[in-house]
Design a protein around this ligand. Structure first.
Ligand code: C5P
Length: 286
C-alpha cells in the first residue's frame, strides 16, 4: 500500500517572543498560516521493519532527517513498527523559516497513520509531533492557528482573509537556534509582549486585510535584518510592487508579501526574480 501526503509550508503572520524556558526554548505567541507552497511525501508499506528515505533535494536522508525522526517517534508510541519506504519531493526552501522540515515530519505522521489503518485521531499525531519539533503539531492540522507554549499549543482561528501571497528568499539560510541565541544576546532576560495579538485576531477573523496587515509582527526581524541584507531588499521590492504587507517569516530569511490581487503578486514575483531572489506565488490555506 502506498499513500501520498502534501506537506504545506507555513508563514508566521505574528511572532512575539514572550519568554525563555529553563531548557533554552522560547515561549512564543505566534499566528501560523499554511500556504499552498508544498513538498510531497509518499510512503509505501513494506515487509519487515526497515525505514528508508529518498529525496530529490540535497538533504541528509539518515536518522537526523525529520521524516525518519517522525517515523521513529510514531513507532515509539505504537510499539508495533512496520517497514516503510519514503520518497520526498522538496519544493519548500530549506532553513528559510517556512517550516519545511516540520511540514515533512507532520506529513510522515499522517502517512504512517493511514498505513496503520487510521489508528489515531489528529490530536494524538500532534502529541507525537511535539516530541519531534515545536512546529510539527501545527503542521499536522494546518490552516490558521494561534499558537502558544513553544509553538506546540494551537488553537484554530477562522480566517476570512482573502488575497494572494508571494513567498521569497535570497541569500544564505538561517540556523534557527542561532536566531534565538542572537535575540537572547540583544534582550538579555527581558521579554515582554510587544504586538497587539487581540487586534490581529479580530482583523483576521473579520477578513479586514488592511487592519490585519497593520498588526503583522515578527520580533526576530530585528535580529535577521542587519545580518541578511536580502531580507530588507525583498521587503522593499514587495512594497514597491503594491504589497499590503511584507514581513519575514519565522526565523527567516524568507519574506512573504500579501497582495489584494493575484496579478500584483505575479508582477512582484517577477521583480523579485530580477533582484536575484527566488519567489513563489501562493495562497493561504484554510
Ligand atoms: O523545535 P525545533 O527543532 O523546530 O526548534 C529548532 C530550534 O529553534 C531549537 O533547538 C531552539 O534552539 C529554537 N527554538 C526556540 N524556541 C522555540 C522554537 C525553537 O528557542 N519556541
Amino acid at each position: 500500500m502506498t499513500v501520498t501526503e502534501i506537506a504545506h509550508a507555513k508563514i508566521n503572520l505574528y511572532l512575539d517572543v514572550v519568554g525563555r524556558r529553563a531548557d533554552g526554548y522560547h515561549e512564543l505567541v505566534t499566528v501560523m498560516q499554511s500556504v499552498s507552497l508544498s513538498d510531497t511525501l509518499t510512503a509505501e508499506r513494506e515487509e519487515g521493519e526497515g525505514l528508508s528515505l529518498t529525496t530529490d533535494a540535497a538533504l541528509d536522508t539518515g536518522e537526523s532527517n525529520l521524516v525518519i525522526r517522525a517515523a521513529r517517534a510514531y513507532f515509539k508510541r505504537t510499539a508495533q513498527p512496520f517497514g516503510v519506504r519514503f520518497s520526498l519531493q522538496k519544493n519548500i526552501p530549506m532553513a528559510a523559516g517556512l517550516g519545511g522540515g516540520s511540514a515533512d515530519a507532520a506529513a510522515a505522521l499522517r502517512a504512517l497513520n493511514r498505513l496503520d489503518g487510521n489508528r489515531y485521531p489528529l490530536s494524538v499525531l500532534c502529541e507525537i509531533g511535539a516530541t519531534v519539533g515545536a512546529d510539527v503539531p501545527f503542521c499536522v492540522e494546518g490552516g490558521t492557528r494561534l499558537c502558544g507554549g513553544i509553538g506546540e499549543i494551537t488553537e484554530p482561528l477562522k480566517s476570512r482573509l482573502q488575497g494572494s501571497l508571494v513567498v521569497a528568499i535570497g541569500g544564505e539560510g538561517v540556523f534557527t537556534p542561532w536566531a534565538f541565541a542572537e535575540l537572547d544576546r540583544l534582550r538579555g532576560s527581558s521579554f515582554a509582549a510587544e504586538g497587539d495579538i487581540a487586534a490581529l485576531r479580530c482583523a483576521v477573523e473579520g477578513g479586514d486585510l488592511a487592519a490585519a496587515a497593520s498588526h503583522f509582527y515578527n520580533e526576530l526581524e530585528e535580529v535577521i535584518l542587519p545580518a541578511r541584507p536580502m531580507v530588507g531588499r525583498i521587503k522593499e521590492t514587495l512594497y514597491q510592487n503594491g504589497a499590503v504587507a511584507a514581513m519575514m517569516s519565522g526565523s527567516g530569511p524568507s519574506v512573504f508579501g500579501l497582495f489584494r490581487e493575484e496579478r500584483e503578486a505575479a508582477a512582484a514575483s517577477s521583480a523579485l526574480l530580477a533582484i536575484g531572489a527566488r519567489a513563489f506565488v501562493c495562497k493561504p490555506l484554510a
